[in-house]
Write a protein that binds this ligand. Structure first.
Ligand code: NAD
Length: 356
């Protein structure tokens, strides 16, 4: 089995290094090949998603991805900016289903900004549609405003759109995920204002007829944001579009104490996937050796479970992470008084140790 390793920028290489050390220690014969992506891709080959990197990702069974983004490339034209690499990979590999579990380890209940009784025992799964919506809809750009009170001025515009087939396939992923959990699905929309999301709601309701064992409810995104903070444990699986999912999943990340704890999987129709932490390249802490590698390590566990058919190895890694947290080791983002502050390498080494 071949794994494409794409560390990217900022803290990407530091955290991916720890996940690779752990994958190598499992006693499996994975073939791993590393390639530059994002700002590193631009620096090496003049493009954030160099052709050879895309080819490697297409040929691999799974992709382990760090993060992309670097302030020094912010002035480049949009098509050459590091962030285009991840959008390009999602689109080229048709990775339309983004799975983001938000689990609060009991040891981290105090690291969450919410009261322990509100979050302890939290275990929700957010499923975000990843290749459609306003992030990809055409037309988009800056033009002369054709109508309204600002007619004649320049305006920025994007297009929100979802095709029926796009909604159906993500709805099936969500209902099937709910079937494997507590059988409750919340579809998040803005049907009261947006045509696109009234259509979304209608299609999800229609797909529900094939999953009578799952309880479906619908929630407006503004209410969903509020409920995620007020009573997050009442959710089981949430499914939503690309834009709303982007925002809600970062909100859910904070419930778990730190975005440095949250893994993700982005899957195609055949469960080939790209696995990455939910956070970005964190340029503010890059190179300091303090980034939390656990989201990336847990992403590697998801890779073993969803794409490489090695659920037992995934269980081993997740148990090792729990053990290390129980030992009281914390990177600065999840540190509290009474625990031991460690850096990226020390945290990775402790997980490795707990694995053996
Ligand atoms: P970010 O997620 O990189 O950082 C937000 C905050 O969380 C920062 O304070 C950072 O230090 C902290 N943080 C993130 N990961 C951490 C970790 N593992 N351990 C400890 N602390 C961590 O978001 P941002 O600052 O908005 O964006 C930085 C860059 O990342 C931008 O260029 C952005 O475009 C890019 N980005 C990339 C991805 C991706 O590669 N998929 C996702 C989001 C943002």
């Amino acid at each position: 089995m071949k794994i494409a390793v794409l560390p990217g920028d900022g803290i990407g290489p530091e955290i991916v290094e720890q996940a690779v050390l752990i994958l190598n220690a499992l006693g499996e014969s994975f073939e791993m090949e590393t390639a530059p992506v994002g700002g590193a891709g631009y620096a090496a080959h003049g493009h954030p998603l160099p052709e050879a990197t895309l080819k490697l990702a297409q040929e691999a069974d799974a992709i382990l991805f760090g993060a992309v983004g670097d302030w020094k490339y912010d002035t480049l034209e949009r098509a050459l900016r590091p962030e285009q690499a991840i959008l390009g990979l999602r689109k080229n590999l048709n990775l339309f289903a983004n799975l983001r579990p938000a689990i609060l380890y009991p040891e981290l209940a105090g690291a969450s900004t919410l009261k322990p009784e509100v979050v302890s025992g939290l275990d929700i799964l957010i499923i975000r549609e990843l290749t459609g919506d306003v992030y990809f809809g055409q037309p988009r750009g800056v033009r002369v405003c054709p109508d309204g009170p600002f007619k004649g001025q320049r305006e920025g515009f994007d297009t929100m759109r979802y095709a029926e087939g796009e909604i159906r396939r993500i709805a099936h992923v969500a209902f099937q995920a709910a079937q494997k959990r507590d059988k409750r699905l919340t579809s998040v929309d803005k049907a009261n204002v947006l045509e696109t999301f009234q259509f979304w709601k209608d299609i999800v309701t229609d797909v529900h007829r094939e999953y009578p064992d799952v309880a479906l409810d619908h929630m407006y995104v503004d209410n969903a944001a509020m409920q995620l903070v007020r009573a997050p444990k009442k959710f089981d699986v949430m499914v939503t579009g690309n834009l709303f999912g982007d925002i809600l999943s970062d909100c859910a990340a904070m419930l778990t104490g730190s975005i440095g704890m949250l893994p993700s999987a982005s899957l195609d129709a055949n469960n080939k996937g790209l696995y990455e932490p939910s956070h970005g390249s964190a340029p503010d802490i890059a190179g300091k050796g303090v980034a939390n590698p656990l989201a990336t390590i847990l992403s590697a566990a998801m890779m073993l479970r969803y794409s490489l058919n090695k659920a037992q190895q995934a269980d081993r890694i997740e148990a090792a992470v729990k053990a290390v947290l129980a030992q009281g080791l914390r990177t600065p983002d999840i540190y509290e008084a009474g625990t031991r502050k460690v850096g990226t390498k020390e945290m990775g080494a402790a997980v490795l140790q707990a694995l053996l």
